[in-house]
Design a binder for this molecule. Sequence first.
Ligand SMILES: Cc1cc2nc3c(=O)[nH]c(=O)nc-3n(C[C@H](O)[C@H](O)[C@H](O)COP(=O)(O)OP(=O)(O)OC[C@H]3O[C@@H](n4cnc5c(N)ncnc54)[C@H](O)[C@@H]3O)c2cc1C
Ligand SMILES: NC(=O)c1ccc[n+]([C@@H]2O[C@H](COP(=O)([O-])OP(=O)(O)OC[C@H]3O[C@@H](n4cnc5c(N)ncnc54)[C@H](O)[C@@H]3O)[C@@H](O)[C@H]2O)c1
Length: 465
Amino acid sequence: MDELPRTVDVVVIGGGPVGENAAARAVRGGLRTVLVEHERLGGECSYWACVPSKALLRPGNALAAARRVPGVPSDGRIDEHAVFARRDAFVSHWDDGGQLEWAEGAGVTIVRGRARLSGEREVTVNGGAVLRATQAVVVCTGSAPVIPDVEGLADVPVWTSRDATSASRVPESLAVLGGGVVGVEMAQAWARLGARVDLLVRGDRLLARMPRFAGEAVAEGLRADGVRVRLGVDAQRVSVVGEGVRIDLDGGEPVTAERLLVATGRRPATTDLGVEQVGLTPGRPLAVDDTGLVSGVDGRWLYAAGDVTGRAPVTHQGKYAARVVGDVVAARARGEQVCPEPWTHHAATADHHAVTQVVFTDPEVATVGLAEPAEPAHRAVELDIAVSGSSLHADGYEGRARLVVDTDREVVLGATFVGQDVAELLHAATIAVVGQVPLRRLWHAVPAFPTISEVWLRLLEEYGL
Ligand SMILES: Cc1cc2nc3c(=O)[nH]c(=O)nc-3n(C[C@H](O)[C@H](O)[C@H](O)COP(=O)(O)OP(=O)(O)OC[C@H]3O[C@@H](n4cnc5c(N)ncnc54)[C@H](O)[C@@H]3O)c2cc1C
Ligand SMILES: NC(=O)c1ccc[n+]([C@@H]2O[C@H](COP(=O)([O-])OP(=O)(O)OC[C@H]3O[C@@H](n4cnc5c(N)ncnc54)[C@H](O)[C@@H]3O)[C@@H](O)[C@H]2O)c1
């Protein structure tokens, strides 16, 4: 720390994907920028979330895809050692040296340590060195798992998503608490690696924020892999039994498993961050406007992006918000007027209208924008994915697609696709939503034959074109 500048233009707290992007963008705007990270550069996403979870899911999805195409050798079993080795390579063996090199190459100064806000434009690292920011402090501290208040849960060893993405031995049995995205992805990954999996879900469906047909299709996919999907069960008590854990359920028989994964959501990481020093409440998300400026703090110096804002907790939306923040801070430093009109360079407008997400299960779920009609003028146009492209892609292909259409303006407000390999359909839908492309113009976007995208033509016909 001694040789570091104590006064810089921008201090970014948290070196996950979001903080890295905010810092790089600020540097690109000509600002001297320090990024403080207390664990690994690259954050949760690179080492314990997006990347390793997708590496664990991909082999099972590839094998299942091969099994749907007669003639392709697919009678073997997954070699878990090779899967773990590939996962380990993707997370660079949990070594962030490569990211450090990238950051230095991008001109970002890295400081290792835990940062706390200690006053206006001021950040203290490890309780010692003080960094002062002439322009802005940008908080990108991410989120942490929520462990619910269930009797006994605090006293038993459980898996969080960190363990579920980094383990290198397949447990004989795994109970998963929570039917959200982490729950369904990890239930399938570990089932396909050979664990006996129970998925314990409080509500009556999986993926409750998505259209019902999405959760139902994923539940069917999980059941086909032997996962026992238990809907409408509430964990009452958790205790240690032998080498494993027992979960007593309201609404079902008790479940015993070698491991218990708690996948019941995440909360913004604003505790132990000194937010009370600037009049904010620890534990709450940092509410931001569309430029990333934190609400409730005077002086236009505190910004935030990513999971910590609670806005759209997926990596790509956080990085988008980070690019906006970096550019806004640089523009304001140059004395330019920032006009955050919707859809301009200085406003993260897509967070309100076009958040994208893919659930990487088999079947996949891909969503953008509105999942359900929200006003009388909105109409859901929905059908099975049954086109030449899909039937050639896999025997017995099953999928479903929904567009939410604004019938007054005749534009697409949202899309949901479920089925094998639908993730790559999503960007076309995103462009339709963001571009507010009239349906009558979309009619002229002719899907290539034979691709799964032919479903777009069927959807437009179903609408009435
Ligand atoms: C199992 C799992 C799978 C996921 N899969 C996907 C996926 O496939 N696609 C997707 O888009 N999203 C996925 N997500 C969500 C994604 O991981 C997050 O949206 C993303 O990591 C948010 O990035 P971030 O930079 O805001 O936060 P993080 O990645 O959490 O990074 C925050 C960083 O800040 C650091 N930090 C925190 N406090 C301090 C401090 N006081 N001082 C210094 N440093 C600090 C942390 O050490 C961390 O490195 C997944 C999440 C989980 C749990
Ligand atoms: N592919 C992806 O984009 C991806 C993958 C994984 C995670 N993520 C993101 O990471 C974050 C965390 O994911 P998550 O699945 O933990 O959260 P989530 O909010 O998606 O799901 C949590 C689930 O747990 C349930 N729950 C809460 N308390 C419970 C309790 N006491 N008992 C039983 N169930 C309970 C909730 O009803 C909810 O269904 C989310 O923002 C998610 O979008 C994204």
